[in-house]
Write a protein that binds this ligand. Structure first.
Ligand code: FES
Length: 272
């Protein structure tokens, strides 16, 4: 059993929990994820590790309660336990000293991009962070992102904080001023596609994380099958990070949409 040692409500159904999982915390690396099963009746949920504390033996998870299982997970409080936490899984981010790097997080994607920015900064890179959300209330980890970057830009759709617009608007400006050696983008699929199309003409190496399309995270359901150039890959086993210029985003988004209807039905049945 894995105890929730801290819980924070970040707003808009976005929850942050610290879970006591010493063996995972001792091995976790940026870019990896875990699988949570709340109890014996629950389905498995893959969640990216947003942070870890090796001394305390805790991992930090951030999730948005949009489906039946994440809504159930949201009801747990500090002191409650989770039946299974398996990991760390997935290929870790390739952390090197690249030079100048850009880390973009959109919406809930800010959480998984934070440990990557932190590790890249620790490796000696100049880190430019760009984070975005629909409005100020939906933004989180601003201070944490600022603390691990040399400069941190913010974009909101309504301009309630930072620049009014999208992360890609800010990225266009950064591209004009900086020589970028590598870029990471994590967020909604449409955002990662837009970022990849923005960097493509400039040949900026762009890595995206396809954790949004994972279903059970085991390599068995086939739900995270993606086309990467001419290769077929599984996001949970071969990724979750891939070259954004090779990802067939349209196919991946069509596949992810297949599960939306089932998820909606599960939530509706639960509410009946
Ligand atoms: Fe099921 Fe990858 S999430 S195969």
């Amino acid at each position: 059993m894995y105890k929730i040692t801290e819980k924070k409500n970040l707003g808009n159904q976005i929850i942050q929990i610290d879970v006591h999982a010493p063996s995972i915390a001792s091995k976790a690396l940026a870019g990896q994820f875990i699988i949570v099963r709340q109890d014996e009746f629950a389905e498995r949920i893959p969640l990216t590790i947003a942070d870890y504390n090796r001394e305390k033996g805790t991992i930090t998870l951030v999730f948005q309660a949009v489906g039946f299982s994440t809504q159930a997970l949201m009801t747990l409080s500090e002191g409650n336990t989770i039946l299974d936490v398996v990991g760390p899984l997935g290929m870790p981010t390739e952390i090197e000293q690249y030079g100048t790097v850009v880390c973009i997080g959109g919406g809930v994607g800010i959480a998984p991009v934070y440990p990557i920015a932190k590790a890249l900064k620790a490796a000696g890179n100049r880190v430019i962070a760009i984070i975005g959300a629909r409005n100020e209330e939906l933004l989180f980890l601003e201070k944490e992102m600022a603390s691990v970057s040399d400069v941190c830009y913010i974009a909101t759709d309504d301009g309630s904080v930072g620049v009014k617009g999208f992360v890609t608007d800010l990225l266009q400006e950064v591209i004009q001023k900086e020589s970028i050696d590598h870029l990471w983008a994590i967020g909604p699929m449409v955002m990662m596609k837009a970022v990849s199309e923005t960097t493509r003409p400039f040949n900026i190496k762009t890595t995206v994380s396809l954790n949004p399309i994972m279903v059970d995270g085991t390599g068995m359901c086939g739900g995270c099958r993606v086309q990467i150039g001419t290769d077929t890959k599984f996001a949970c086993v071969d990724g979750p990070e891939f070259d954004g210029h090779l990802v067939d985003f349209d196919l991946a988004m069509r596949r992810a949409a297949v599960y939306k209807e089932d998820e909606k039905k599960a939530v509706e049945q639960h509410e009946c």
